[in-house]
Design a binder for this molecule. Structure first.
Ligand code: ADP
Ligand code: ZN
Length: 603
């Protein structure tokens, strides 16, 4: 009996109960016609009996008027002797005896005993289950670190695109793992911990695996969140177990993903979970400090929140090597795409550099996902190669969410949406500090009825004040177009307004871009951990006077941006109308067509 789930068990019990009830009911029905054997003897004496048949212990008597009586005798009794004993002469009647057909007896036995067997079985099962979970509780203290599969192809530095500096730093670690004596002979201490910083999907895990692959050592991986369990003390004992496993397998790498789940600054917690975290963190520190200088185990840990880590983790002798893995730039994106395109048949015309250009802000994991989605698209169409079109479609899908062609808009909604999107595009096109329009579409995606997609011509690390204010005007372009063309406004602009307001607020409170409020930050986010969950709390560190000023400033910025958009749209109504009508006809407009529409149509 392996695992039977509780639902099945409940069904079983219910079925058994119904069966048992059913059998009792039916057997009762037969007993209603039951008479005692002495009654039969009387009937025999009165010569009323036509025939008696015996099957096992069941005696069925048919009277001359065809009435049937049933009675029972015990199986070691003989009907003839019993009748004789009662003074009736059985020789006069027609007597058939069916030998050996005791089926009725077996059935009764079964019906009576089966429920007991099942109930006993049920308790036995429950008992075993309880014991089983007892065993599982015993297993909690064991780390669930996974040893990377040796059969899989080894990951090396050549599988990681870009990140040149990170690789240079890590080559040293590979050397330590491969030739420890070389360093020990010179009295050098082998580093213990390497911390990899970077946003999700930038290849931290991949990089750690590549180090183990290059050095040819085992790779133990565990996630920080796995240390934190419901039971106090489990985390610490998992840490002990993990480190003792690793020491046995030295030289090797321990990789702790999401170290911030345990390594958060102590004392920043609320509620019960932080005690457990602190214990776990302390245990990690104790283990790291306890390593002999010649223990050849390197701990690599990854996080995207270096700011929340406990300073104790970063002290010399612990995670003192820090390596940053950043979002890939355009060159790195091309490289990453090339790596993941290696085992995929791409059409000759597919240009990965163009895709890299279209994907600012995509991580390595996103890029891998793009090619995978493209392969799925191509396979769905029974193609032998992945075309550029497939890849571009999957970029859109990942960037904007999947198209919802089935979401039908009525004519009026379509018309409003077309003008709304054309409004964004027109304002975006005419303002000097916005990104060029890449595509406009009125096909619903996710919650949006339409999209206007603009792309920077090159990767940007800094945003200027003029860019941000022009962006806000572009965000409001949709709403303005609704107002100008239909003299009516809709709920369709809600998301635009939200983004515009947030951007204006950030400009005032975070970037110091308002002249009235000056170069100062207003409010700070406090990190709290409550029952294991993160709470980012906006902490108001300014007075009511400033709160009012901030609100006024945001409101002014939005009003200015609205006016800017309104001016452009009223002055270029014909252009906007043309774009909207092409959108209604074709549903999407690409950048070249949009630009030529803008050039052709006068105002
Ligand atoms: P992280 O641990 O930083 O969240 P991962 O290492 O899990 O990210 O990356 C997820 C996947 O993204 C990897 O398995 C890899 O396929 C791809 N990837 C990310 N960065 C790169 C890169 N620089 N080169 C090649 N592939 C990458
Ligand atoms: Zn909009």
């Amino acid at each position: 009996m392996k695992k039977m789930n509780y639902k099945n068990l409940i069904y079983l019990v219910v079925v058994v109960l119904i069966l048992a009830a059913g059998f009792t009911y039916f057997s009762r029905q037969t007993t209603t016609e039951k008479v005692s054997i002495s009654k039969i003897a009387e009937e025999v004496k009165a010569s009323n009996v036509k025939e008696i048949s015996v099957a096992g212990n069941k005696v069925t008597t048919t009277l001359k008027d065809n009435k049937k009586l049933t009675s029972e005798i015990s199986s070691n009794q003989q009907i003839t002797t019993t009748l004789k004993d009662l003074g009736a002469d059985p020789s006069k009647i027609n007597l058939t005896i069916k030998e050996g057909s005791n089926s009725a007896l077996w059935l009764t036995l079964l019906v009576n005993i089966l429920p007991f067997i099942l109930i006993i079985g049920f308790f036995y099962f429950m008992l075993r289950q309880a014991q089983g979970s007892g065993n599982q509780a015993m297993m909690f203290g064991k780390s669930q670190a996974r040893l990377a599969d040796d059969n899989k192809k080894k990951v090396t530095f050549s599988d990681v695109a870009g990140a040149t500096e990170a690789k240079q730093e890590l080559i040293e670690i590979v050397e330590f793992l491969k030739y420890p004596q070389k360093f020990l002979a010179l009295g050098a201490k082998i580093p213990k911990g390497v911390l990899l910083f970077g946003p999700p999907g930038t290849g931290k895990t991949l990089m750690a695996k590549a180090v183990s692959g290059e050095a040819g050592v085992p790779f133990f991986s565990i996630s920080g969140s796995e240390f934190v369990e419901m039971f106090v003390g489990v985390g610490a004992s998992r840490v002990r177990d993990l480190f003792s496993k690793a020491k046995k397998n030295a030289p090797c790498i321990i990789f702790i993903d999401e170290i911030d789940a345990v390594g958060r600054q102590r004392g920043s917690g609320l509620g019960g979970s932080h005690d457990e975290r602190e214990q776990t963190l302390n245990q990690i520190l104790v283990e790291m400090d306890g390593f002999e200088t010649d223990t050849n185990v390197i701990i690599m840990a990854a996080t995207n929140r270096p700011d929340v880590l406990d300073p104790a983790l970063l002290r010399p002798g612990r995670f003192d090597r820090r390596i940053v893995l950043d979002m890939p730039d355009i060159q790195d994106r091309t490289e990453i795409l090339k790596i993941h395109a290696k085992n995929k048949p791409l059409a000759k015309k597919a240009d990965l550099e163009v895709i890299a250009k279209q994907t600012p802000g995509f991580s390595g994991a996103d890029l891998q996902n793009i090619l995978n989605e493209a392969a799925i698209l191509a396979a769905r169409d029974n193609k032998k190669e992945i075309s550029m079109d497939d890849i571009e479609k999957s970029v859109e899908k990942i960037y904007l969410g999947p198209e919802r062609k089935s979401a039908v808009m009525n004519e009026r909604e379509k018309k409003i949406t077309a003008h709304h999107e054309a409004g964004h595009a027109l304002v975006g096109h005419l303002l000097p500090n916005t990104d060029p329009i890449h595509k406009i579409s009125i096909i619903s995606r996710g919650m949006a009825l339409g999209v206007t997609w603009s792309l920077p011509s090159e990767d940007k690390k800094l945003l200027t004040k003029s860019e941000l204010s022009d962006d806000i005007a572009m965000m409001l372009g949709g709403r303005v177009a609704e107002k100008v063309f239909f003299n009516e406004i809709t709920t369709g602009a809600s998301n635009d307004l939200e983004k515009a307001t947030k951007m204006a607020r950030d400009m005032v409170t975070r970037y110091g871009m308002s002249e009235k409020l000056g170069n100062q930050i207003y409010g700070r986010r406090d990190e709290l951990v409550f029952l294991g969950k993160e709470l980012g709390e906006h902490h108001k560190d300014y007075s009511e006077v400033f709160a009012e000023k901030i609100d006024n400033e945001i409101s002014d910025m939005i009003k200015d941006a609205y006016k800017k958009a309104e001016k452009l749209i009223t002055a270029n109504k014909k252009k906007l109308g043309k774009v909207a009508s092409v959108l209604l006809e074709k549903e999407t407009i690409e950048s070249e067509e949009f630009n030529s529409l803008m050039d052709q149509v006068k105002a």
